[in-house]
Design a protein around this ligand. Structure first.
Ligand code: ADP
Length: 553
C-alpha cells in the first residue's frame, strides 16, 4: 500500500512538474516571440526612415545579418533584398503582408518562405514614395533562445523531482503509519482516520462472531473428545485423504500408536495394507468391515464413509477388541466337539456290553463282569456329565450363594470323604490347618479341594503322601496341595488346566479321569477372584497352590 501511495504521489508530482515546465516553456516562447516582433517593428521604423533618406544605398551598406530587408516597388517587383538577388525574385504583390501594407500602410504575416524552409515572421510598411519595405526574421531564433534556458530548467526540474520523491515517501509513510499500527484484536480501540470507522465497526462485529463460533467449536470439540476418550471402542475420524481428524485413546492403544496428531497421514502411522484396503473400500462403497490380528489380539474394524453436501468428506473407523469373543467362540466349538467325543467313548462301551448280553452269547459266569463294566462306564458317563454341567455353570458366571465359611472345616470334610479312595491307592492323606474363616462359596471350595486332592491321590504311587496345608494372611487364604506322585512334565504344566487335556491318555483312562478337573478348579478360583500356581517335577511330585481372598465381594 505504501508503495502504491508513493507511486501515485510521485507520478502526480511528476505530471505537475512536466505540465508546469511545458506551460513555462509556452509562456517563454510567446514572450520571446512578442519581443522579437517588437524588435522587428523598431528595426523596421529605423530602416524605413533610413531608406526614405538614403534610398538603396542604405540597404546596400547594411551589414546586419540578423534581419532580412526586402524593398518592393509599387508594382510588387523586388527592388532590393539584403539576402537574395532581387532580379531573380518573383513579384511580391500577392504576399499577404505586402497587400496589407499597400492597403493599410502596414502588414504582418508569418509563413514558411518559398525560398527558405523555416518559418518566418514578416512585417511590411508602406513608404511615402509608394514603395514597401519589408523586414523579416526567422522563428528559429525564438526556440534557440528558449533552448538556451533549458539547462537551468532541467537542473531545477531534477531537483524538484528528487524533492517530490522524498516528500512523497515521507507523506506516504505518514499516511500508512496509522494503518500499520491498527489493533485488529480491538478494532474499536483504534484512534485513526474517521473514514475507517465503518470498516472497523464491521471488523469488530466479525471478530465477535468469529470468537463466538470458535468457542462453540472448541466446546463441541471438547465434548467430542470427552465422549470418545472413555469409549471402549477405538474411534478414528479421517478426511477423504485419510488424514487424521480425531483419534481416541482406545484406538491408539489397540493399534499401539504412541503419538498421533490431527492432520497426519493415518497410513504413515499405521502401515497396514488390510486397514488401507478397508478404508478405500468404505470411501468407494459407503461401508466396509473386516478383522485384523495384531500383537496377539483380534480386532473387528467397521469403516463408514461420511458424506457432506453429496460429497465424500471423510471416513469413520470403529475398532472393537474381539479377541475374547473369538477365542470363546473357538473354545466353545472345540469343547462341543470334545464333549461329543468324550461322551461317545463310555456309551460305546456300554452299548457293546449290553449288545453282547442281549445276544445271549455271554456265559452266565461272565455276566457280572459285563454288568460291572456297564456300571463303571455309566459312572464315568455320569461324572463326565456332572463335570460338564459344573463347567458350563461356571462359564455362565451365574451368581452362586456366598456365605461366611470355615475353610479348615470344609477341607477336613473333603479329606474325610476321600479317605477311602486314599486308602485304596495306599496314599496317606494329611491336613495342616488352623482356623480360617472366609466369605466364599461352599460349592466352589468343595470343587477346588476335592478335585486337587483327587488328582494328588490318583496320580500318586502306592505308599505316597498327600498334604493339604491351609494358611492365611490379612486378606488371603492359601490352600496348598502337595503330593509325592508322578509329577507333570514341564511342557504339559501350562496345558493341564485346559478342558479335556490329559498328560498321559492311557494312564488317565486307568485313573477314571475326565480331563475336566483342573479346568473346573481354574474356573472356580477365577470366579472367587483368586490365583492358582503349579510347580511339579516328574517322578518327585506336584504342588498346586490356590490363593483366595478372605472376603470375596
Ligand atoms: P483328570 O480328570 O484327567 O484328572 P484333570 O483336569 O484333573 O483331569 O487333570 C488333567 C491332567 O493333568 C491329568 O490327566 C493328569 O495327567 C495331570 N495331573 C493333574 N493333577 C496331577 C497331579 N497331582 N500329579 C500328576 N499329574 C496330574
Amino acid at each position: 500500500m505504501t508503495k502504491k501511495i508513493l507511486r501515485s504521489m510521485f507520478s502526480m508530482a511528476f505530471v505537475i512538474l512536466v505540465a508546469s515546465f511545458l506551460i513555462l516553456l509556452g509562456a517563454l516562447y510567446s514572450y520571446f516571440t512578442n519581443l522579437q516582433a517588437d524588435r522587428l517593428r523598431s528595426e523596421m521604423n529605423l530602416a524605413a526612415y533610413s531608406v526614405s533618406e538614403d534610398g538603396i544605398s542604405y540597404l546596400e551598406n547594411l551589414q546586419s545579418t540578423d534581419f532580412r530587408l526586402t524593398w518592393i516597388g509599387a508594382d510588387g517587383s523586388v527592388l532590393y533584398d539584403t539576402h537574395f538577388n532581387a532580379e531573380e525574385m518573383e513579384n511580391h504583390s500577392q504576399r499577404e503582408e505586402i497587400q496589407s501594407a499597400f492597403a493599410t500602410g502596414e502588414g504582418e504575416s508569418s509563413r514558411y518562405s518559398s525560398t527558405l524552409t523555416e518559418k518566418n515572421l514578416y512585417y511590411a510598411k508602406l513608404l511615402e514614395d509608394g514603395t514597401v519595405l519589408r523586414i523579416s526574421t526567422s522563428y528559429a531564433a525564438v526556440p534557440m533562445l528558449v533552448l538556451g534556458l533549458l539547462p537551468p530548467f532541467v537542473l531545477v526540474f531534477g531537483f524538484a523531482l528528487v524533492l517530490a520523491a522524498i516528500l512523497s515517501k515521507r507523506l506516504s509513510n505518514r499516511i500508512v503509519a496509522p494503518l500499520n499500527d491498527l489493533n485488529f484484536d480491538e478494532p474499536l480501540e483504534n484512534n485513526t482516520y474517521d473514514e475507517l470507522s465503518p470498516m472497523l465497526v464491521h471488523m469488530e462485529q466479525q471478530r465477535r462472531q468469529i470468537t463466538q463460533q470458535l468457542s462453540e467449536l472448541k466446546k463441541q470439540q471438547n465434548e467430542f473428545a470427552a465422549v470418545t476418550k472413555d469409549m471402549k471402542e477405538g474411534l478414528v475420524l479421517l478426511n477423504e485423504q485419510e488424514r487424521i481428524l480425531s483419534i481416541n485413546a482406545a484406538a491408539m492403544s489397540f493399534l499401539e500408536i504412541k503419538d498421533a496428531h490431527a492432520g497426519e497421514d493415518f497410513l504413515v502411522i499405521e502401515r497396514n495394507r488390510e486397514i488401507d484396503q478397508l478404508l478405500q473400500k468404505a470411501l468407494q462403497n459407503g461401508s466396509s468391515e473386516g478383522q485384523i490380528s495384531k500383537h496377539g489380539s483380534i480386532f473387528q474394524l467397521n469403516a463408514s464413509r461420511i458424506m457432506a453436501d453429496d460429497k465424500t468428506s471423510g471416513v469413520v473407523l470403529l475398532i472393537f477388541d474381539v479377541t475374547e469373543k473369538v477365542f470363546a467362540e473357538r473354545n466353545r466349538r472345540e469343547f462341543t466337539a470334545n464333549v461329543s467325543h468324550e461322551l461317545k467313548t463310555p456309551l460305546h462301551a456300554i452299548m457293546g456290553s449290553a449288545e453282547l448280553l442281549e445276544s445271549g452269547l455271554v456265559k452266565t459266569e461272565d455276566i457280572p463282569r459285563f454288568v460291572g463294566q456297564i456300571r463303571t462306564e455309566a459312572d464315568r458317563l455320569l461324572s463326565l456329565i456332572e463335570d460338564i454341567i459344573r463347567l458350563s455353570q461356571l462359564d455362565e458366571k451365574r451368581d452362586l450363594p456366598m456365605e461366611t465359611l470355615r475353610l479348615d472345616e470344609i477341607a477336613k470334610k473333603e479329606l474325610d470323604a476321600l479317605s477311602t479312595s486314599a486308602a485304596a491307592h495306599q496314599v496317606t492323606l494329611s491336613l495342616e490347618a488352623k482356623e480360617i474363616t472366609l466369605y466364599s462359596s461352599q460349592q466352589l471350595l468343595h470343587e477346588i479341594i476335592s478335585n486337587l486332592c483327587e488328582n494328588a491321590i490318583k496320580y500318586n504311587h502306592a505308599g505316597g503322601k498327600v498334604t493339604v496345608a491351609l494358611e492365611k494372611t490379612d486378606a488371603l487364604a492359601m490352600i496348598t496341595v502337595t503330593d509325592t506322585g508322578i509329577g507333570i512334565p514341564l511342557e504339559d504344566q501350562a496345558r493341564v488346566f485346559e478342558r479335556f487335556y490329559r498328560v498321559d491318555k492311557s494312564h488317565s483312562k486307568e485313573t477314571d479321569g475326565t480331563g475336566l478337573g483342573l479346568s473346573i478348579v481354574k474356573h472356580a478360583v477365577e470366579y472367587l477372584g483368586g490365583t492358582i500356581h503349579l510347580t511339579s517335577t516328574v517322578g518327585k511330585g506336584s504342588q498346586i497352590r490356590v490363593t483366595l481372598p478372605l472376603n470375596k465381594k
